[in-house]
Design a protein around this ligand. Structure first.
Ligand code: TYM
Length: 338
């Protein structure tokens, strides 16, 4: 669409709705931390307004938001280098979302697989917020004119919609105002699967706790979950091709590679020929050594929630320096008097 050059800026968000798991860590948090020193301004958001599209107990929501902030910091996001916010403290997200509710089409929203999965057969009883969720997500990103959004693979469709909304806004109003954001979906673990079923993604909403590794699990629990993870009876292959049609094996190798900052090829060159009886304990040891310090740091940070609240308040002030002028300009473009 556009000739306008936008300054590179990264935005991403995570819902504070329950425990963080290994998928969130490898698909998102670890990658944010790895990218932090590349000199691009980055904003990371605890999306509390998104969380309430399904019922959240108010006290639990507060705790989860602070815990998520602790998770960001414990994973290596430095609040002095990146902006850390909770969505509700930066009102321009919701204000721009309203404009986007009027840009996005019902048909676009109805095609979102996350809507179909979450609302299921009982769409009549789902909240209006759950249906409109992707317009708020587009606003989260575009209220910063963010150019790059690192996410796991499950968010791809929402990012395509974000581009559609930006393009339609620009087209309808005859402007080059919003960038067409690039999804950044990279690395060995953009889709971490359930430990119980290699065809389902690892998720907070899976009723089986054994299906995921939580960032709050202790070493014994992590080791036990990996030992019990579903696998097949064959030895590990030496080549990537050998993982074809072996989703559980592929998942464990992907997890190993991402935790150890290796490619899948490198891992298989080392472990090819091993049985799971040898590979699983090595994976458990690696997972405990990488995640143990994060869990400990999270609980240390959670002992001082006033400090967490201070970080989020400071982040909101920094964020609003970016979002307020972009909202003002959006209102001008749309024709609001003010
Ligand atoms: P959420 O909270 O479900 O997940 C947060 C991040 O973790 C990634 N992720 C995974 N990655 C790999 N394997 C998995 N099994 C796995 N499960 C989750 C997600 O892809 C995501 O990157 N709609 C978003 C939150 C959001 C957002 C945004 C993201 C709201 N506004 C703007 C980016 C930009 C969500 O529900 O993520």
């Amino acid at each position: 669409m556009t000739d306008t050059t936008f300054t590179p800026r990264v935005f991403s968000g995570i819902q504070p709705s329950g425990d963080l798991h290994l998928g969130n860590y490898l698909g998102a948090l670890k990658r944010f931390a790895d990218a932090q020193d590349k000199g691009v301004q980055s904003i990371y958001c605890m999306v509390d307004l998104h969380a309430i599209t399904v019922w959240q107990d108010p006290a639990d929501l507060k705790k989860s938001t602070r815990e998520l902030c602790a998770g960001f910091i414990a994973s290596g996001i430095d609040p002095n280098k990146s902006i850390l916010i909770n969505q509700s403290q930066v009102p321009e997200h919701a204000q721009l979302a309203w404009i986007f509710n009027c840009v996005a089409r019902m048909g676009w929203m109805g095609r979102m697989t996350q809507w179909k999965d979450k609302a299921g057969k009982n769409a009549e009883a789902a909240s209006l917020g759950l249906f409109a969720y992707p317009a708020l997500m587009a606003a989260d990103i575009l209220i910063y004119h963010a150019t790059h959004v690192p996410v796991g693979e499950d968010q791809k469709q929402h990012l395509e919609l974000t581009r559609d909304i930006a393009a339609k806004f620009n087209h309808d109003y005859g402007v080059d105002f919003f960038p067409l954001t690039e999804p950044v979906i990279e690395g060995a673990a953009t889709r971490v699967m359930s430990l119980r079923d290699g065809s389902k993604k690892m998720s907070k909403s899976d009723p089986s706790d054994a299906s995921r590794i939580n960032l709050t699990d202790d070493a014994d629990t992590i080791a036990k979950k990996i030992r019990k993870a579903k696998t097949d009876a064959d030895a590990l292959p030496s080549e990537v091709d050998g993982l074809k049609d072996r989703p559980e094996a592929r998942n464990l190798v992907n997890i190993f590679a991402a935790l150890n900052d290796q490619t899948v090829e490198q891992v298989l060159a080392d472990v090819g020929g091993q049985q799971f009886g040898t590979f699983k304990p090595a994976l458990a040891e690696l997972a405990v050594s990488k995640m143990g310090p994060i869990t400990q740091e999270m609980s240390r940070l959670m002992a001082d929630t006033a400090e967490i609240d201070r970080i989020l308040a400071h982040g909101a002030t920094q964020a609003r320096e970016i979002t307020a002028p972009i909202l003002k300009k959006t209102y001008e473009i749309v024709g609001m008097v003010g």
